[in-house]
Design a protein around this ligand. Sequence first.
Ligand code: CA
Length: 506
Amino acid sequence: MELTPLPASFTVAPWRLSGVVYGALVNHTAQLAALGDAVHAAPYKAPPAHAVLQVRPRNTLCGPGSAVAVPADPGVVDVGVSLGIVIGRTACRVAAEDAPGVVAGYLVAAELGLPTESHYRPAVRLKARDGFTVLGPVVPAAEVDDPDQLATWVQVDGEARHQGSTAGRVRGVAELIAAVTEFMTLQPGDVLLLGADSPAPRAAAGTAVTLGIADLGSLSFSLVAEAVAAPALADPSPIGDGTQLAPRGAVARVAHAGAVHTAWPHPQGVQLADGRVLREDEVQWLPPFEVGTILALGLNYADHVKELSKELTVTAKDEPLVFLKGPGALVGHRGLTRRPAGVAFMHYECELAVVIGKAARHVAAKDAMAHVAGYTVCNDYAIRDYLENWYRPNLRVKNRDGATALGPWFVPAADVPNPHALTLRTLVNGQVTQQGSTANMVNDIPALIEYLSEFMTLQAGDVILTGTPEGVVNVNEGDEVVCEIAGIGRLVNTIVGDAAFSVIPA
Ligand code: CA
C-alpha cells in the first residue's frame, strides 16, 4: 500500500505535547453492534449511556520509531489506529457546534491492547502498559477538511491488515468533545482519542507496524518480545520529569500572595520557607506534590463491597479493580467540590493515598515498600447516578473536575511505621459517618505495587488511591466533609452547587 502523502505544510506543532491522553472506548458503531446481547449481561446489564472513556497514562506514551514490548503471554497485541484530537484551548462545557474552536490539530495514534473479550470495560492491565500509546506528530486543524471522514489503515511487516475510516462513530469529534467537557475540563496539549476501528488487527512480537490516517500521515513502530530487550521508547515529548519528593517531615504546597510555596505544619497553621507563619485559611492549599499518574482502586475493602450490593463479591484472589484519573480531577485541602443539580446520590470516599518515590517495574511485594515515598489523604467523590457498572466506573462518575480532594500534607514513609494499621474516618458536618482501618484492605500496598508494576512502570509522583471502607452516605450542597487518617492528615472539603461554577440551569 502507498503511504499517505504528507500535506505540504505538515509541521510538528510548536507547543510540546504537554497534556494528558484520554481515549474513547466502544465508540465504533459496528463494534457496539458486534457486542450484541453481551451488553445486556451482568455486570453491565445495559449498553453504555454516556461516552466510555479511559485515561492512557504517561507510562504508555511514546513516539514513532519506538520498540514496544509485548508480554510472552499472549505474545500478540491488538493494534488500533485512532484519530488523536489535540486540544488547543481550555475546554469546559463546550457545545458540539463550538467544539471545532478548541481543536488545535490532529494526530495519528496507535492504541495497543492485549486481546480481550471485554471491550466495554477492559482491565487497566491490558492497555496501560509501557509504550502502548504511540503518538505521531500534530497536524494543524486547518489542514484537515473533515476529521470524521478520514481513511485509516494498518500494515504489519509491510502487509495490509486493515482499512477503515474515522466515520461510523457513536460520537464523532464534536460530539465527543461535548460529552467529555460536560464534566471535565480539557487543557491545551491534552489529546482525546476518537477510538479505533473494530475489530483491530492483531500483531505479534517481532513484527514492524506502520499505520496511518489520510491527511495526517503515518507512523511506524516495532513490537519486541518483552523478555528479550529493554524497550527503546522514543519520547513523544514528556509530560513531566522525575518529580523530586519529600524533604523530611510533613510538607504541603500552598499558594499565598501571588506565589506557590512549600509549607510545613506550625502550631498556628502553616509556616512558609521564608519563615512566615499563616493561618490555615490564609493560604490556598494545592495537592501536596506534583501528581503524575493517578491510579484508583475500586472495591478494595470487603465491608464496602458488602455495603454496595449483595450481588458483589471481591477477594484478594480476584484481579484488583483499577481505574485511572486525570489531573483535572484534583483539588487541594479546603477546596470546593460541585454537586450537580438533579443528582440523587453523591458520596465521599476517604482513602489512604500512596505516593510512589522511585520508578518501579516488576517489583515483588517483598521489595515494594522501598518504592513508596509517602502518603496523603484522599477524598475520592463519586456520583452514583452516573455509575453504569460497579466493576470499572466511568470517568463521568470518578473523574469530574475538582471531585478528588488530596492533602493537606505529604507525609514521608519514614514517619509512618505501619501504613496497614491506620484508622480512617469521615465526618459530615461534624458527625462521624464512616470509620475503618487500612488493615482491612483486600489488596494491601505491597500487593498493589506488585500487581501494577508487573505491567506498567510506576514513576515518582504517581499515586495509588487504595479504596474506601464502608460508610458512604449522600452529601448535599453546603455540607462540610472531613476525611481523616490517623498520623496522615485531616482533609476538609465543602460541597457547593452549580451556581458556584457558573452553571446556568437548563
Ligand atoms: Ca475510591
